[in-house]
Design a protein around this ligand. Structure first.
Ligand code: UTP
Length: 296
């Protein structure tokens, strides 16, 4: 079985749900406490033992590439000013992992974005993490998926249960239980099902472990929902060709590309922060204990 060494992170979307904040700043660069969203995602990849990140970018997203690059000018200034700790912190970011970028010239959909990685990924299984999907967990979500892959040897989609009246917002998996905890064999998949058309509450989140055959299938996929090349259509074809598992991961997922999801992520990550957690908790308690807005 081939080792999982590469992770594709598509960040070429337009981020319209977060306008006007994302007019000039990529949504993946919006800050969660003290780091941009994308840094948490790359840190998850690193903590899962991955060797190379492939960013799928577009015009206007160069801030993301710069964030993981070495900044000679800044480093020189910090050195002159004896800011050793800050220098080390910044250099740690640029040394996190090898990052390769591929341009998606037009936003033709998530499926198309992943297809853009075909030459860099080559003939090996790989991970996909969406650049605005955060997971807070004891064991990194990708690491949990790699552990399962080492057992089943097939593609895996991470899922979470969602209220049934919200399934129309997600890619939904229908599957049957296996004898492995929290793991289902995928039977059917549907992108944003109309209410009442699927019994399942298993929603696909932004973590996938895929086989290289997906590239061929994506290349043959015609535009689906919203006129975009949908990943879900190619996933369904892959599940039929080779088999696929849906895995209910341990942890909590945040859609940081959505305003409410972003706010929830900030609160939960701030409460976990070693220095800020306690004073922030006190602040929240004050609010919850009925201080009037005027007291704040
Ligand atoms: P989203 O559905 O969040 O779309 O894409 P979006 O354009 O980024 O944001 P909204 O909905 O307009 O606010 C899911 C993931 O797929 C990537 C996005 O960057 C995000 O990580 N994506 C989407 C691409 O890389 N290319 C595309 O053509 C579309």
């Amino acid at each position: 079985m081939k080792k999982i060494r590469k992770a594709v992170i598509p960040v070429a979307g337009l981020g319209t749900r977060f306008l006007p904040a994302t007019k000039a700043i990529p949504k993946e660069m919006l800050t969660i406490v003290d780091r941009p969203t994308i840094q948490y995602i790359v840190e998850e990849v690193v903590a899962s033992g991955i060797e190379e990140v492939i960013l799928i970018t577009s015009a206007g997203k160069s801030a993301i590439e710069n964030h993981f690059d070495y900044d000679f000018q800044l480093d020189t200034v910090l050195k002159e000013k004896n800011k050793a700790r800050l220098r080390e912190e910044l250099n740690n970011i640029s040394n996190l992992i090898d990052v390769v970028s591929v341009r998606q010239k037009e936003p033709l959909g998530l499926g198309h974005a992943i297809w853009m990685a075909r030459n860099v990924v080559g003939d090996e299984p790989f991970l996909v993490l969406l650049g605005d999907d955060l997971v807070r967990s004891r064991v990194p979500c990708c690491k949990q998926m790699i552990k399962l892959y080492n057992r089943v040897g097939e593609a895996i989609v991470a899922i979470q249960r969602v209220p049934r009246d919200q399934t129309y917002q997600y890619g939904i998996v229908e599957g049957e239980e296996t004898d492995i905890d929290n793991t289902y064999r995928v039977k059917r998949m549907v992108e944003k099902p109309a209410p009442g058309t699927s019994d399942s509450d298993m929603a696909i989140i932004g973590r996938y472990l895929l086989m290289p055959e997906i590239f061929d299938l994506l290349g043959r996929t015609t535009p689906g929902y919203g006129g975009e090349i949908q990943l879900t259509d190619a996933l369904l074809a892959l599940s039929k060709k080779r088999g696929m598992y849906a895995y209910e991961f341990e942890g909590r997922r945040y859609d940081a590309g959505d305003k409410l999801g972003y706010l929830k992520a900030i609160v939960d990550f701030a409460l976990d922060h070693p220095a800020l957690g306690e004073p922030f908790r006190e602040h929240l308690e004050q609010i919850c204990n009925g201080c009037s807005p005027a007291d704040r």
